[in-house]
Design a binder for this molecule. Structure first.
Ligand SMILES: *[C@@H]1O[C@H](CO)[C@@H](O)[C@H](O)[C@H]1NC(C)=O
Ligand SMILES: *[C@@H]1O[C@H](CO)[C@@H](O)[C@H](O)[C@H]1NC(C)=O
Ligand SMILES: *[C@@H]1O[C@H](CO)[C@@H](O)[C@H](O)[C@H]1NC(C)=O
Ligand SMILES: *[C@@H]1O[C@H](CO)[C@@H](O)[C@H](O)[C@H]1NC(C)=O
Length: 445
């Protein structure tokens, strides 16, 4: 089934994939989700809607919530099938303005197809009348990330003597948002919602001490390809932040693959599922002579603690072997993210002490990354695979497939004079599962 553009709003097109149930007599409902911040002057907003065929007995549901905050309005719209009972159109002023105000529209119906037909805000909303300005000034902000340090200020309406600073949690109806809100209120306290806990299908709650249960983490992915990423540090910055769900921690993961002349860095920063322990590690999964695979991983639990700014966090811990003497073997060398290595690419003379060529793929997923890395290079006699059955590297799930040449010596051997423990460079942290980090080559403790 091909995706169809079904909800178009002022030039923004949203793609949904419909899955009608053929042969079942059921209601068609309008379908879509929208969350955005508007200038008051841009309202009323109109939108066109997607459509979905519901399950038998299901009704159509409409929910719109508007939070007005001085010059801005945050709009949350969800339309879907529902098993909830029919409910007349209900418009509720949860908190009246001026200052911060909250209003919602909810409806559940079954009387005809697409009866959840709300398509504009002007049916029930008009801007608050101009308020008499008071003397108080408060920052004004709506954000799914962090409010800026110096959010623009507004002059509060007369009688508004307190600045609100909290996080609204919206969960349900395919919405899962933490919305940071700053604005003017007539009273102190954490009471923007005026006791409201449910709006249509959405559970709402607020928290004005966000540090107590949610963390903010740097967020972003990085992908770099080059010749000498194993030698030259590159910037690893993220311009955005992410607010985590309760219990989550921050993570940063950096994976380096270097097959001689071709190298690749993949990085991810963001929130990580609840349960990860504070830890930090650099691991060598495969090492010279031959393809180098190394990773840096960190899980931590204070605001913006995943703050490594360059790949040197990994590079400074890598062994610095002297330039290897050339050996007698030739292998194709390749590291690809988009597309596969072709059989006859770029042959190089392998370093001494390599005995076979590697040709394989690593599927990488998690932390906002999904990619297949295709790798060719020279291999030392000690290793056949690059990851040694590791299944996770930091936030990434990994899965390796490689050409296994049965003619080649099947017994792994370690180079003389080097203990296995050398390959686990360092691991800091409590409760860290070593098996996870050292690619199967764990020190004997
Ligand atoms: C909203 O209004 C402000 C001025 O009040 C303006 O600077 C800003 O560009 C407007 N934003 C949008 C998205 O129209
Ligand atoms: C809070 O809600 C009650 C009804 O539940 C309403 O009477 C009251 O006006 C609301 N307060 C504000 C400030 O809007
Ligand atoms: C939605 O449907 C009702 C009838 O069920 C109709 O009275 C109303 O005008 C419709 N609204 C829009 C915006 O089409
Ligand atoms: C790297 O590439 C250069 C030419 O592009 C070649 O001369 C050299 O042998 C290669 N070195 C390795 C280690 O593959």
């Amino acid at each position: 089934m091909s995706p169809a553009p079904l909800l178009a709003l002022l030039g923004v097109t949203f793609l949904w994939i419909c899955s009608p149930l053929p042969g079942v007599q059921a209601l068609d409902c309008q379908w879509g989700v929208l969350e955005s911040v508007w200038n008051v002057s841009e309202l009323p907003v109109r939108w066109t809607n997607g459509k979905k065929t519901c399950g038998r007995g299901e009704g159509c549901q409409d929910m719109l919530m508007l939070i007005e905050n001085g010059p801005q309005v945050n709009l949350v719209l969800t339309k879907d099938c529902t098993s909830a009972q029919d409910q007349e159109v209900q418009v509720t002023e949860h908190r009246t303005g001026p200052g911060l105000s909250v209003i919602s529209y909810t409806h559940v119906c079954r009387h005809r197809d697409s009866c959840n037909n709300l398509s504009t805000t002007d049916a029930f909303w008009s801007p608050s009348p101009a308020a008499v300005p008071g003397t108080m000034r408060c920052p004004v902000c709506f954000s799914r990330h962090n409010c800026p340090e110096n959010a623009p200020e507004q002059i509060c309406p007369e009688g508004h003597t307190h600045c609100y600073n909290g996080v609204l949690k919206l969960r349900g109806g395919r919405i899962a948002t933490n919305l940071r809100v700053q604005g003017c209120m007539p009273k102190p306290g954490c009471d923007l919602l005026n006791g409201t806990q449910k709006v249509g299908p959405i559970d709402v709650s607020e928290n004005c001490n966000p540090k107590s249960d949610t963390l903010t983490c740097h967020q972003g992915n990085m992908l770099q390809m080059g010749r000498d990423l194993a030698q030259e540090p590159v910037e690893w910055d993220s311009s955005t932040d992410q607010m985590c769900n309760a219990g989550e921690v921050c993570q940063e993961t950096l994976l380096l693959i270097d097959s001689g002349n071709k190298s690749l860095l993949v990085g991810s920063k963001g929130c990580s599922k609840a349960g990860a322990q504070d830890s930090q590690a650099v691991s060598l999964h495969s090492w010279p002579p031959g393809v180098l695979v190394a990773s840096y991983t960190r899980f931590c639990s204070s605001d913006l603690c995943n703050a490594a700014r360059s790949s040197s966090v990994l590079l400074t811990s890598l062994p610095k072997p002297a330039a290897p003497a050339p050996g007698g073997l030739q292998c194709p060398v390749c590291v690809q993210v988009f597309g596969f290595c072709s059989g006859s690419s770029n042959f190089v003379t392998c370093p001494k002490d390599t005995t076979h060529c590697y040709n394989g793929n690593i599927d990488l997923s998690g932390g906002g990354v999904s990619a297949t890395l295709s790798i060719q290079g020279c291999m030392a006699p000690t290793s056949r695979s690059l990851l040694n059955h590791a299944q996770t590297i930091g936030i990434f799930s990994v899965h390796e497939n490689f050409e296994d040449n049965k003619e080649y010596n099947p017994e792994p051997i370690f180079p003389s004079g080097v203990s296995q423990a050398t390959y686990l460079l360092w691991v800091v942290g409590l409760g860290l599962s070593l098996g996870l980090w050292c690619g199967g080559l764990c020190p004997p403790y």
